[in-house]
Ligand binder design. Structure first.
Ligand SMILES: Nc1ncnc2c1ncn2[C@@H]1O[C@H](COP(=O)(O)OP(=O)(O)OP(=O)(O)O)[C@@H](O)[C@H]1O
Ligand SMILES: [Mg+2]
Length: 307
């Protein structure tokens, strides 16, 4: 079953086409990265899913529900952190969570379990104001987990965090995904999506330019890094191989792309030509490589690669 399915979903703000004929499908159990640079329409899309914004045109379903009433019902089974949560600075993490639990109509057991899941059980007695940003964000996640949502929608959950805070959230999201929660996560970090998500849709100016499983995108020995004492002979050797071409350089290393994904065959071919390689290692493609190939652009994706 599709947990989220959008069909030609479109949102205009006046002359701005924020989301443009967006059609994506998120299946149960996926950790789905919704990746795009600033202003590409991520928050607008999430706003429509959550019922905060009305689409200009197009339709979508959430947890199988499609009509107005069904969507209201489905959203009760969705956990979302769209805005910075309003926690009380002088109350402890646990006390804050109890307030949320009361609103949601769940008990103390759910509070304890949520704190456990986000790794805050040991710090639940500390005041919110003493928490690091990463811990604050994890408490927000604990709040959304209280009602055991079938789908988590997270809008840039690592935004504003330091590297350690980002790591905490990434680890948590991965763990939640492994536990079977379907997660829809927006990000402008190629690198983050590559590490955390099982699937990705890349958004540019409101349009999806690529949607795929992450491991399918980056799989295979499609690239190798090669070096040899005689660099010129090496390059000529690679050029002479019918399935290989040099696509990049890293110092003395040549990065070659292999259409046949067969590094051993390249090695044999080079040896037959008398080129003895001193190093040959398969390279996974990065999501950034794929992004450039897909969009056919060498320009910056407008997204940060490294956090
Ligand atoms: N309330 C609004 N009124 C007018 N234009 C808006 C409004 N909200 C967003 N936009 C515009 O719609 C486009 C998409 O914005 P959106 O916030 O959805 O992008 P985003 O991908 O979430 O960006 P960011 O990474 O900065 O959060 C942008 O051009 C933005 O300026
Ligand atoms: Mg946004």
């Amino acid at each position: 079953m599709a947990v989220i399915e959008t069909r030609d979903l479109t949102k205009r703000y006046g002359d701005t086409l924020a989301v443009d004929d967006l059609s994506i499908r998120v299946e149960e159990g996926q950790v789905f990265g919704f990746l795009g640079p600033n202003g590409s329409g991520k928050t607008t899309t999430i706003g429509m899913l959550l019922g905060i914004l009305t689409p200009t045109s197009g339709t979508f379903s959430l947890l199988g529900g499609e009509g107005r009433r069904e969507l209201v019902e489905a959203r009760q089974r969705v956990g979302a952190t769209l805005e910075q949560p309003n926690f009380y600075p002088y109350l402890t993490g646990r006390q804050n969570l109890r307030l949320v639990a009361r609103v949601k109509g769940v008990g103390e057991e759910a509070v304890a379990r949520s704190l456990e899941r986000v790794g805050l059980a040991a710090r639940a007695g500390d005041r919110f104001k003493e928490y690091s940003l990463g811990m604050k964000q994890r408490l927000a996640l604990a709040g959304t987990l209280l009602s055991d949502p079938e789908l988590l929608i997270l809008d840039e959950p690592t935004n504003g965090l330091d590297p350690e805070g980002m790591r905490e959230i990434r680890r948590l999201v991965r763990r939640l995904g492994e536990d079977g929660t379907t997660i829809f996560l927006s990000s402008h970090l190629l690198w983050e999506v590559e590490r955390v998500c099982t699937h990705v849709a890349i958004l540019r100016e409101g349009r999806v330019v690529l949607e795929s499983a992450v491991d399918e995108l980056t799989a295979g020995a499609a690239r190798v890094a090669v070096s040899a004492p005689d660099a010129e002979a090496l390059e000529a050797g690679i050029d002479a191989h019918p399935a290989a071409r040099v696509v990049d350089r890293e110092g003395a290393l040549l990065i070659a792309e292999l259409e046949d994904e067969d590094p051993a065959a390249l090695n044999r071919h080079l040896a037959e030509r008398g080129v003895h390689v001193s190093r040959l290692e398969p390279r996974k493609k990065s999501l950034e490589d794929v992004f450039h190939e897909t969009t056919g652009s060498s320009e910056e994706p407008g997204m940060e690669e490294v956090a």
